[in-house]
Design a protein around this ligand. Structure first.
Ligand SMILES: [Mg+2]
Length: 432
């Protein structure tokens, strides 16, 4: 752990990302109140709102029925996740022209560890302006970002939230606490309503209180070592995320001849993944990358073609999240074999799954970024509860008595979310 005296980190947050992409794609939407919705019903909620819609009090999570009441001229656009992924990739390509990207936190948030020679206010500001101009010129004028620069990623993220849209805020460690004291506790990523209550009970009601407690008191207030980590982050220290000893949990299977059809191979991949996720859960780990590979038979018996793909996501440990992402990879793999080798129904020889970027719960940086969407949060809580129930059954019966069908997609904006599924699982998907 090290106290940072310069501007080591740049954090970038795209403003109203999904809504901005829609405004970029369709100039008629620019300057108008626009929300992005997952399905076209009045019961759904906004998964993104343009700044013009935000002016009416509409935000992510607002029910569309209410949103229309708040803003009669509201334009609702159905989400196009593939577009958001395309733009994400193009924006990354643009940003790396100006500074290396260290970590992709979500579809609309990245950070950069600035090179040592650039960690001063002038150079950092210059990089930020070049990124902004690059996005304006090469991606499009409807896409804007807020950039925060600070001694660590938490302070960088806080700085992006201080000015939206199109912000550039520098939190220089020598000026701390400075503007931090103007914030509410809940403005800090990682402090939601529940944590605020907890802190209030510990006598901490303002940012000034929070700033003045000791690391030990922070640990006590949080009830975990996370509080102490948080304290050091807030005070401008930086430390690497603890690496876990394991770096990968994976399973692979060479398929019996009777299991080589696409549908049976797919079920095997799902089964391997469910087992890998269960192993990971037993070790209280989370994974931020799902990898999948498949080997299929070529034109002759001993000719093999192999495909590998992976998806990065906010670290998760419930099987539903990974099974949904596996479907996306499976679709990409089928498309690849069909377009490259004209294999519409390949003969599968082997399937493998891997879970990497493993970390512990308190290392999840997504933790810092509480999801604001109540629908997403509720869904993820239900999934956690169901996953726990499955763990329990597993432990009780010591075999795979219960497994999972294909779940509906969550709304979470994971990179690579491309295909929506919603169907009742087939009987054969319940193994044994
Ligand atoms: Mg954003």
């Amino acid at each position: 752990m090290e106290k940072i005296h310069d501007l080591k980190w740049l954090f970038l947050d795209l403003n109203s990302y999904f809504a901005s992409v829609e405004q970029q794609e369709n100039p008629a939407l620019r300057g108008k109140p626009v929300v992005v919705i997952p399905t076209d019903t009045p019961h759904t909620c906004a998964i993104a709102a343009s700044y013009e819609a935000k002016a009416y009090g509409i935000k992510t999570g607002t029910i569309i029925r209410d949103a229309r009441r708040m803003c009669p001229g509201l334009i609702c656009v159905q989400a196009r996740h593939n577009k958001y992924v395309d733009y994400h990739n193009r924006i990354i390509e643009e940003v790396v022209k100006h500074t290396p990207i260290n970590k992709i936190w979500s579809i609309d948030e990245f950070d950069s560890r600035l090179p040592p020679s650039k960690r001063n206010e002038k150079s950092a500001r210059d990089i930020a302006m070049r990124i902004k101009h690059g996005i304006w010129n090469n991606i499009g004028p409807a896409i804007s970002c807020s950039i925060g620069i600070g001694p660590n990623t938490l302070l960088g993220k806080i700085a992006t939230d201080m000015q939206k849209p199109d912000g550039l805020v520098i939190l220089n460690p020598v000026d701390l606490p400075g503007r931090l004291l103007d914030l509410q506790l809940t403005d800090i990523p990682g402090i939601g309503i529940n944590m605020q209550r907890r802190l209030n009970r510990a006598g901490i009601t303002t940012m000034t209180h929070l700033w003045n407690i000791s690391p030990k008191q922070a640990r006590k207030a949080w009830g975990s070592v996370q509080g102490e980590r948080f304290w050091y982050w807030l005070h401008g220290y930086d430390f690497p995320h603890q690496e876990t000893s394991r770096s990968v949990i994976g399973h692979s299977r060479v398929l019996d001849p009777s299991l080589r059809t696409p549908e049976k191979a797919r079920l095997m991949a799902r089964r391997l993944l469910t087992k890998a996720v269960q192993r990971m859960r037993k070790q209280n780990l989370y994974a931020g990358t799902l990898g999948f590979s498949a080997t299929v038979r070529g034109a002759t018996y001993d000719q093999n073609f192999k495909w590998y793909g992976d998806i990065r996501l906010t670290p998760a440990n419930d099987p539903f999240t990974f099974l949904a992402q596996l479907e996306t990879l499976w679709g990409d793999m089928r498309a690849y074999f069909e377009s490259h080798y004209n294999l519409r129904s390949p003969v599968f020889k082997k399937v493998s799954v891997s879970l990497t970027r493993l970390c512990q719960r308190e290392q999840i940086t997504g933790d810092l970024f509480d999801t604001p969407n109540p629908e997403t949060r509720e869904k993820s809580e239900k999934q956690q509860a169901l996953a726990k129930a499955l763990d329990h059954l597993q432990a009780k019966y010591q075999k795979e008595t219960v497994t999972l069908g294909v779940p509906p997609k969550t709304l979470a904006g994971h990179v690579g979310t491309k295909i929506a599924f919603s169907r009742v699982p087939d009987k054969e998907e319940f193994w044994e």
